[in-house]
Ligand binder design. Structure first.
Ligand code: ZN
Length: 260
């Protein structure tokens, strides 16, 4: 599997009963047949996604479209929303984001920890729990996918709420928090968020204890190198093999600073 394009060589089942095709020249418009009716891919069809486009619709909503071909690869079907596919493309990686030559410490790939610039990271775009696009450090993708696959094998969903953040993204969140703007939560100062270092993952574990995903992570995550590192944040896990091994050896899933 290509870590940066996990959808390649996979077969997806069309799950939406009204999986509409989009126009080749305008992905926001539906493709029409000669008679004027919207063209669709029948529910249950097996398709391969051969190409991806990300479209920003409005201020927040990001929609991924895939160029679908029939599973045997012979018949090109056209563009459709990946939301029409079984699994809705969650956890699929859709491309690598490399640092621009000469990128600054405030650029989109710049990693930080404790107020210090660490260096530039290769990042991978990945579809999150809300079907928006997050980025993760390329070096963490294999471990994250292994975690996802192991949980899926036991019927437990693992999806991402938040991954890597650049300095400007963290500044935006921090500014909103400081001003008390609606929709903004507590956020660390830019340069100090654990989401700027390339090893932090917020995983959807609504409610914490008792949530099937959280209970699975408590039992299994350290075996994949993931460990809980922040008090009162059951969703926040970091890929840190030594800390995870140490936690496992102590019979826990948390670093010693985590007491609640
Ligand atoms: Zn977090």
């Amino acid at each position: 599997m290509d870590a940066a394009e996990s959808f390649k060589d996979k077969t997806f089942v069309v799950s939406d009963p009204d999986a509409r095709l989009r126009r080749d020249d305008d992905l926001m418009a539906f493709a029409l047949a000669a008679g004027g009716q919207v063209r669709t891919i029948p529910q249950g069809s097996q398709v391969r996604i051969t190409e991806i486009r990300v479209v920003e619709a409005g201020s927040q909503s990001i929609i991924v479209f895939g160029r679908a071909a029939s599973a045997d690869g012979i018949q090109a079907l056209g563009w459709t929303s990946t939301r029409n596919l079984d699994g809705k493309f969650m956890n699929e990686t859709i491309g690598i984001v490399r640092p621009e030559p000469g990128a600054s410490r405030f650029g989109p790939n710049a990693a930080w920890s404790n107020g210090e610039f660490l260096g530039q990271l290769d990042l991978v775009s990945i579809v999150d729990s809300r079907l928006d696009i997050e980025r993760l450090a390329l070096k963490t993708i294999d471990a994250y996918m292994a975690l996802v696959a192991a949980a899926a094998g036991e019927g437990v969903p693992i999806t991402l709420n938040s991954g890597f953040r650049s300095y400007p993204e963290q500044k935006f969140l921090h500014d909103g928090f400081v001003r008390g703007l609606p929709g903004f939560n507590t956020a660390a100062k830019p340069g100090f968020s654990k989401h700027q270092n390339g090893i932090a993952f917020d995983i959807a574990v609504a409610g914490g204890d008792g949530n099937p995903t959280y209970e699975w992570l408590k039992r299994r995550a350290t075996g994949f190198g993931f460990v809980r590192t922040v008090n009162k944040e059951p969703w926040h896990w970091e890929l840190d093999e030594p800390k995870a091994q140490a936690a496992k050896a102590r019979g826990t899933f948390k670093t010693p600073n985590v007491t609640v």
